[in-house]
Design a protein around this ligand. Structure first.
Ligand code: C2E
Ligand code: MG
Ligand code: MG
Length: 709
């Protein structure tokens, strides 16, 4: 852990520094005081010493003068006893070391002792000569000794002298004693001072401690807990308790502001998560969240022996809803779909089921409970049945279906991305297999997908290689049962795969743009063929040929020119050519389509609306987009007998179309009963296996020849 110089450390350091400075000042002050004391002592000692010196000199002088006065008479009479008495009287003073009386020649007369050992002898001490020589009162100093000398006078006549010696050592020891006493008192004084200083110092220390504790409690602790909370929030943990404070100061403001901020950050985070993980339209889990959850579940399941199934559901031809009814209706349809799927999943998916929208019209369901294969089958069946029920959108009934691909873990794959790819492939296969159903993934499907990629390459040049051909399905009139024309239908005989369903390769041609080359060729072939039918029809009626035109051809814009050129080259009368456009192509861009239809009409050809009823154009569109006929889709015809709704709708289409002067063709008539129902309701033309399967050009010619006879 890295040590940090934090707020608390700083405040402690500041206080320690303050205390240090105060201590330093104190030490300096005390040093100064000590110095002053020493100086005072020296000065005092010197002063006292010079005072004592002056006093001793005066004392020696006055003692010598007083002795000289007292000794005048005894000296005059040489009364040694009287001299001795005087001397002894004055020797009692502790200061006086000795007193010596001498005669005019400097010889000792008396020294206060009884025996007067050196009587009559010259004085031998070092100061003696100077003392004797001095004419008046004088003072002499020697180490440890101070002598005062005065002449003994009788009247004006000098009879001798007296010297008194004072003991300087005694005086010194006296002074020393006094100084020691003084120092003691001064020491006591400075001790008292120190004690007085220690008290404020201790107080200051206490204040520092209290301040440090206060800073810790009111500043460091709350800031630390805020920093902790901020770190946790930064790490994505929003479970931080809301910090609240009743403090009215700035820290209180900060804590409250932080609390509000962390709440709003958490709110934003929830919002962002919600947005990032849910689909905005349906509120379902989105692709991202699903993928995360799938990864997680796979991790838990791996090695556990348990299974998981993914269902990829894609709405069939959903694009048509957007194209024909607009995006709002598309959204509405998706919502209704999502609700139905949700209900089905809630009921049949088990507790662990997860439903997501992958964007567009793709929904993915994960199930995990029990026998997942059986559960997935049941759910898929329910979904297919539920989703083919008509939707109510903008007061219309819209029919859609769903194709579902199912893949299982760990059977099909063990990684999330492989499972998702498999699900997609299986779903695509369900579509190829005719939509509105479900397929379990199998390894063979991988090849099917590869085949589709190859198919595009193989479709290129297929016409030139003679693999593509046109077959014709007769169209009969209900009023008299005669063949009045035929629909040209493209076939692809693949050299390896055999016959390929138009629903499969037309889609590939449409998506790859190859249809732009193939379409005109079919048109030309059909027109050429139709020319040969002239006068072959029953009652010498001219037969028409109807050719399917893909949305892509219509969008390209050169269709009227191609049609006109084709008619000119083949010589087919324009009225014998019918073009079949899908509802989607016509309705997706009404304005452009109307202009295109006008141009096509100007060439004289007729335009039919193919697969009518599967789109959502409704009959009202027919007024704005003028067509010559509608072909009722075979899905309606198939259920005519069973489903009264379909019968009612077909009847309504026929009536409405007739009121607009439009021809009605029914396709997919497989039974006589269907034919009769349609004929009863006034359907103009019919087409279907019951009458004839699509046949080759030659067979068609035979058929005509047979019938014409
Ligand atoms: P479509 O235009 O609706 O063609 C009618 C389809 O119904 C044909 O399928 C026909 O074989 C089939 N059919 C006819 N009678 C019956 C019946 O009684 N029962 C059943 N179940 N089906 C019947 P086909 O030939 O497979 O064509 C499928 C679609 O491919 C066509 O639907 C058309 O949209 C498209 N198509 C075919 N040839 C061409 C072409 O040359 N150009 C373009 N652009 N599309 C084509
Ligand atoms: Mg058609
Ligand atoms: Mg059709």
């Amino acid at each position: 852990m890295r040590l940090r110089f934090g707020l608390q450390a700083r405040s402690l350091a500041a206080m320690a520094m303050m205390l240090g400075v105060v201590l330093l000042v104190l030490v300096v002050l005390m040093g100064r005081q000590q110095q002053m004391r020493d100086e005072t002592e020296t000065i005092g000692r010197e002063g006292v010493r010079s005072l004592i010196d002056t006093y001793l000199r005066d004392h020696a002088r006055s003692l010598a003068v007083q002795l000289a006065e007292n000794l005048a008479n005894p000296m005059y009479y040489r009364d040694l006893d009287a001299i001795g008495t005087v001397l002894r009287d004055n020797s009692r003073d502790d200061l006086v070391k000795w007193i010596r009386v001498y005669d005019l020649e400097g010889r000792l007369v008396h020294d206060g002792s009884v025996e007067i050992a050196g009587f009559g002898q010259p004085m031998t001490d070092p100061l003696a000569a100077e003392a004797v020589a001095s004419p008046g009162v004088s003072v002499q100093a020697a180490p440890g000794l101070l002598t005062g000398t005065a002449p003994v006078m009788v009247g004006s006549e000098r009879v001798g002298g007296v010297r008194v010696a004072l003991d300087l050592d005694f005086a010194d020891s006296y002074a020393q004693r006094n100084f020691a006493e003084l120092r003691e008192r001064m020491d006591a004084l400075s001790g008292r001072h120190l004690r007085w200083l220690a008290l404020p110092m201790a107080l200051l220390g206490l204040v520092c401690f209290v301040v440090a504790w206060y800073v810790q409690r009111t500043l460091v602790k709350p800031i630390r807990s805020l920093a902790d909370a901020a770190r946790r929030i930064e790490a994505g943990d929003y479970s931080v308790e809301r910090v609240d404070s009743r403090r009215t100061d700035e820290v209180g403001d900060l804590i409250r502001a932080f609390g509000r901020m962390s709440e709003s950050v958490a709110r934003h985070d929830r919002e962002v998560r919600r947005m990032a993980y849910t689909d905005a339209l349906t509120g379902l889990t989105n692709r991202l969240a699903f993928r995360e959850s799938l990864d997680h579940r796979l991790m838990l399941l791996r090695g556990s022996g348990r299974q998981l199934a993914l269902l990829f559901a894609d709405i069939d031809d959903f694009k048509r809803v957007n194209d024909t009814l607009g995006h709002e209706a598309g959204d509405e349809a998706l919502l209704q779909f999502a609700n139905r799927i949700r209900e089905a999943v809630d009921r049949y998916g088990g507790d662990d089921a997860l439903l997501a929208r992958f964007g567009g019209d793709e929904f993915v369901i994960l199930i995990q409970e029990g026998d997942v294969r059986a559960a997935a089958t049941r759910l898929a069946e329910v979904l297919v049945a539920e989703l083919r029920r008509p939707l109510d959108i903008q007061d219309r009934q819209v029919f859609l279906g769903t194709s579902i691909g199912i893949t299982l873990f760990p059977e099909d794959a063990s990684s999330a991305s492989a499972l998702m790819k498999n699900g997609d492939i299986a779903m695509y296969q369900a579509k190829v297999a005719g939509k509105n159903g479900f397929r379990f993934y199998s390894r063979a499907m991988d090849h099917a997908v590869e085949r589709r990629v190859h198919m595009e390459q193989e479709l290129r040049g297929a016409w030139e290689r003679g693999e593509l051909s046109v077959v014709y399905q007769p169209v009969c009139r209900t009023s008299d049962g005669r063949v009045v024309g035929a629909e040209a239908l493209l076939r692809w005989q693949h050299p390896m795969l055999g016959m390929i369903a138009p629903s499969v390769f037309i889609d590939v041609a449409e998506q790859s743009g190859l249809i732009e080359g193939i379409g005109p060729r079919v048109l030309r072939a059909a027109c050429t063929e139709a020319m040969r039918w002239t006068h072959m029809g029953e009652g010498n009626e001219r037969l028409f040929v109807s050719v399917n035109v893909s949305p892509r051809q219509l969008r390209k814009g050169d269709l009227p020119d191609i049609v006109a050129e084709c008619l000119r080259e083949t010589g087919l009368p324009a009225s014998c050519l019918h073009l079949e456009l899908t509802e989607t192509a016509v309705i997706s861009d009404e304005l452009q389509a109307a202009a295109m239809l006008a141009r096509l009409h100007s060439t004289g050809v007729k335009v039919w609306l193919d697969d009518f009823g599967t789109g959502f154009s409704g009959l009202s569109h027919l007024r704005r987009v003028p067509v010559d006929g509608v072909k009722i889709d075979r899905s309606f015809v198939a259920d005519l007998q069973r489903d009264p709704d379909d019968l009612a709708l077909t009847t309504a289409i026929i009536a409405m179309a007739h009121s607009l002067g439009i021809t009605v063709v029914a396709e997919g008539v497989e039974k006589e009963a269907q034919y009769n129902l349609l004929a009863e309701r006034g359907c103009d033309l019919v087409q279907g296996y019951w009458l004839s399967h699509p046949v080759s050009a030659t067979e068609f010619a035979h058929l005509l020849a047979r019938r014409g006879r």
